[in-house]
Design a protein. Structure first.
Length: 440
């Protein structure tokens, strides 16, 4: 009996939807409203950007779910790329996840957490990055003691992310009196919907996980699309309502000025100093839990690559703790890169670079559904993308728009990410040559 047939099929719609909502909602909704307003220039376009980001996410989730059911193997994007496009493309996607996406996401979350903590306790802003670095190291140590400890933290902090969202929405919409629509952000940067949508996609990030549990669903053909559509629509509604609430509490220009601290400041206006601090604690809990989840899962990509001799020093990075069974070396690889990034740049840059880099490969993953349908035309599918080919085409075109507009608006940083991606090629060929020599 193989691993896939041994999985119990006991996940129903409610659990599947909670997985979607839980893996998507993290820190972005609290951290990104200011960035989106700054890039769009006014509240109308900002709300449109959040909507379009959600629709791209929805189309991507529905599309990748079919890819996941046709390639029922663990490993996510890394495996999908290799199975459809070959070993080189699988390696490049893993390389980007290892040296850009994973560390940048961890670094951004750590810096956001540090910024929120110094604001919460009125500490000097210079302490923020060091608090973020200390938190990343603390969670790394906890997760290296075993997944049960990291998993405990994850379960403990899941509810924390929902409390501040609900309170800000309810009281912000009912008690606020600021202008919601046609509110100018007062931003001086050039308006860019592409950059704005890119910022929202950090908040929507995590949707790739939705296809991972398809093999454990009672009826994936029916349950999976309902869970994806229902879950992401709930997330979209929550994100839009939080933005409406913030705009109803604070002027758009003030949201831009406050940046990642706008939600905490809005909570202080709503609930007073003590209530505002309690909500800020709830937001910090959400980011803390999200950061823990990333540290728990992201190192599995370099670990899988190291097991297949696809990284320099693979023997080191494929090591597992004998006592705790965790990929310690791979985890510290990601954390060391993340800390270097945290020292040299800011969280908005890291989050946007991470999403830009990974969406280049998401485009290929979305197109994979066409190749797999052609390859497996005689095989029965347990799940099919609804409204095919409209949904995958929308996912591809939406992602292409993000990537191209980012290159046009920010060519230096875009080509930096592309250069780091391409730099993986000589490493790949060097490793392949060494592996062939070792096999003789």
């Amino acid at each position: 009996m193989n691993q896939e047939t041994a999985l119990k099929k006991d996940i129903g719609l409610s659990v599947a939807m909670s997985i979607v909502i839980g893996t998507v909602i993290g820190s972005g909704i609290f951290m990104k409203p200011g960035s989106v307003l700054e890039y769009t220039g006014n509240s109308n376009l900002a709300l449109l950007a959040w909507t379009l980001g959600g629709l791209i996410t929805l189309a991507g989730g529905l599309t990748i779910a079919e890819v996941a059911t046709q390639i029922p193997k663990t490993g996510g994007l890394y495996v999908y790329m290799e199975e459809v496009y070959g070993k080189l493309w699988g390696y490049l996607s893993g390389w980007v996840q290892t040296v850009i996406y994973g560390p940048a996401v961890i670094g951004a979350l750590g810096l956001y957490f540090g910024s929120l903590m110094v604001n919460l306790f009125s500490w000097d802003e210079s302490f923020g990055p060091w608090i973020g670095i200390g938190t990343v190291l603390f969670l790394t140590i906890i997760n290296n003691f075993g997944t049960k400890y990291g998993g405990f933290i994850q379960n403990l902090f899941t509810i924390g992310k929902l409390v501040p969202i609900g309170l800000i929405i309810i009281f912000g919409i009912t008690k606020g009196n600021e202008q919601i629509l046609n509110a100018s952000s007062g931003a001086v940067v050039e308006i860019s919907m592409g950059a704005a949508i890119l910022a929202t996609l950090f908040a929507y990030d995590g949707w790739l996980m939705v296809g991972f549990v398809a093999g454990e669903m009672k009826d994936p053909g029916k349950t999976l699309p309902k869970a994806i559509i229902g879950g992401i629509l709930v997330v979209m509604a929550a994100y839009l309502l939080v933005n409406v609430a913030l705009l109803h509490i604070l002027p758009a220009s003030e949201i831009v000025r406050l940046g990642e601290n706008s939600a905490a400041s809005a909570a202080t206006i709503l609930f007073g100093p003590l209530g505002g601090k309690l909500i800020a604690v709830g937001i910090a809990v959400s980011i803390f839990g999200c950061l823990n989840g990333k540290i728990l899962t992201i190192p599995r990509v370099p670990f899988a690559m190291a097991e297949r001799n696809q990284l320099p020093m693979s023997k080191t990075f494929s090591q597992v703790s004998e006592k705790y069974g965790t990929p310690i070396a791979a985890t510290y690889l990601q954390v060391v890169i993340a800390i270097i990034m945290m020292i040299v740049t800011d969280p908005d840059y890291l989050s946007e670079m991470a999403i830009f880099a990974i969406y280049i490969f998401y485009i290929f993953a979305f197109y994979a559904v066409f190749k797999l349908r052609n390859r497996n035309r005689d095989k029965k599918r347990t799940y099919s993308v609804p409204l095919f080919p409209v949904v995958p085409i929308f996912a591809i075109l939406g992602s292409l728009y993000i990537v191209v507009s980012t290159i046009l608006n920010d060519p230096l940083d875009s080509f930096t990410a592309i250069f780091i991606t391409v730099a993986g090629l000589p490493v790949y060929f060097w490793l392949e040559r060494n592996n062939k020599q070792d096999s003789f």
